[in-house]
Design a protein around this ligand. Structure first.
Ligand code: NAP
Ligand code: HSE
Length: 451
């Protein structure tokens, strides 16, 4: 019996298996077992946790479950006709994708938090679920506890969405906040994010922009009816930034955020995920720690903001259990088919080279005559105008705390340039020429400004 069939009988329990009992799975099990009365009241019927699947039965989960619930026998759970709904909470692509497909094939509705799988395999999984008359719910896959999927799919359905600007990775936002406000090193802040359960099993995806980009693909499909492949738009993480960049940005009146943007203009979709300077007084600049924020602009409503915890066990479990309740009520069965919002002809992507913004550029340069003039000359010949610059004096002549030595004993000092609005393509061309300037040393940092 599926959740859809059993909705006829509002008192029959929805029988659930959790596949994956890590940070999120354990928190979901806790809500289902400790707040059964509350969830039953909201769902109009009991929600019964039948099985919880793990790989390693010896690992402590910090939760006591009824005898026989915890199992490492995934095959038995897939084959069990008495499981109506699977809560799929394993990360990565494989075997997570294959397991999700097999759960559907076995006749179960699925709730998942796995954005990596939905980003890469969403279309085929959704198509198969529809053929089978099953549903996939995924509120927790984007922005953790913030209900942005139902907002885009239902609450803003009257609008043509015109832009999404968002902080979508809790780990990156936590690291940026910790570095700047608590003077923690990048490595220390990342370790703390892992300890708190914010990071993916492989945290590279968090800090290199992949996780935020996967979530943006999902939001853009709901908002614009177009599925954009991950590789089709620029994606950059926070892993190359130094504390100095965050401090310079603050000096200039900005906060650095890993910003995911999808914007509709002149029939083209602009998409990118990049560390970005956001003016201090904008709501997005004020989002600290593992919180996420999504600013959504619709043609009728204007701009609306959604923010809250983007990662963490109980925070994410809040969204997962809401999806389970939706399935128990029968709401998921009604709304899932309507999520197929794809246009007949996909929106074209705006070429990255044509996207025009102001930019923050940080160079490491030899502190000697004409270096600034050389850089300004390259930028100027590519039509890039300088708006302001910061160069602090080296601590001591010919070296100092912040500097290595260049040719002729010249100190290496940071130089920060803010440009006027310019196209990304012009900057890329200038970058190639800047590579040839002997007085420049790596790294070179380039971040757009969100105006
Ligand atoms: P996690 O802590 O790494 O837990 C993963 C769980 O899956 C573990 O219990 C593991 O079992 C189990 N597992 C892995 N492969 C399995 C397999 N082949 N068969 C059976 N069980 C398997 O992950 P998480 O942080 O809870 O995240 C789960 C999902 O939610 C991911 O897709 C993640 O992107 C997403 N998500 C996480 C957060 C967050 O804040 N953590 C927020 C939103 C979305 P063992 O414990 O026995 O190894
Ligand atoms: N690792 C993710 C993050 C979890 O830090 O945002 C939420 O998807």
């Amino acid at each position: 019996m599926s959740s859809r069939d059993s909705v006829e009988d509002s008192k029959s329990p929805l029988r659930v298996a959790i596949v994956g009992m890590g940070t999120v799975g354990t928190a979901v099990a806790r809500i289902l077992t400790e707040h059964g009365e509350r969830t039953a009241r909201r769902a109009g019927r009991p929600i019964e946790l039948r099985k919880s699947v793990v790989r390693d039965l010896r690992k402590s989960r910090g939760i006591s479950l009824p005898e026989g619930v915890l199992t490492d026998d995934l095959e038995a759970v897939i084959a069990d006709p008495e499981i109506d709904l699977a809560v799929h909470l394993i990360g990565g692509i494989e075997p997570a994708q294959e397991i999700l497909m097999r759960l559907l094939e076995a006749g179960k509705d699925v709730v998942t938090a796995n954005k990596a799988v939905l980003c890469q395999h969403g279309p085929e999984l959704f198509a198969r679920a529809r053929e089978l008359g099953r549903s996939i719910s995924f509120e927790a896959a984007v922005a953790g506890g913030v209900p942005i999927i139902s907002t885009l799919a239902q609450s803003l359905a009257a609008n043509q969405i015109t832009s999404i600007e968002a902080i979508l990775n809790g780990t990156s936002n936590f690291i940026l906040t910790e570095m700047l406000s608590r003077d923690r090193s990048y490595a220390e802040a990342l370790r703390e994010a892992q300890k708190r359960g914010y990071a993916e099993a492989d945290p590279v995806m968090d800090v290199d922009g992949t996780d935020a980009a996967q979530k943006l693909v999902i939001l853009a499909e709901l908002a614009f009816g177009t599925r954009v492949p991950l590789a089709a738009f620029p994606r950059q993480g926070i892993d190359a930034l130094d504390l100095a960049d965050l401090q310079y940005a603050r000096e200039l009146g900005y906060t650095v955020k890993l910003l995911a943007v999808a914007r509709l203009g002149n029939g083209e979709l602009e998409m990118h995920v990049q560390p970005t300077l956001v003016r201090h007084d904008r709501p997005l600049a004020k989002i600290d720690g593992a919180f996420n924020m999504i600013a959504v602009e619709g043609d009728a409503v204007g701009t609306t903001w959604y923010s809250g915890p983007g990662a963490g066990g109980p925070e994410t479990a809040s969204a997962v259990v809401a999806d389970v309740i939706d399935a128990a009520i029968g709401r998921a069965a009604l709304t899932f088919p309507l999520l197929d919002v794809r246009r007949n002809s996909p929106l074209p992507l705006k070429p990255a080279e044509d996207v025009a913004r102001r930019y923050y550029l940080r160079f490491h340069v030899e502190d000697r005559p004409h270096v600034l003039a050389d850089i300004a000359d390259v930028l100027g010949r590519h039509g890039i105008s300088i708006a302001s610059l910061i160069q602090h004096e080296a601590d001591e002549p010919n070296g100092g705390a912040q500097s290595a030595e260049g040719a002729d004993g010249a100190a290496i000092v940071p130089l920060v340039i803010m440009t006027h609005r310019t196209a990304e393509g012009k900057l890329r061309a200038a970058d190639r020429e800047l590579d040839g300037l002997a007085a420049l040393r790596p790294p070179r940092i380039r971040m757009p400004v969100a105006d």
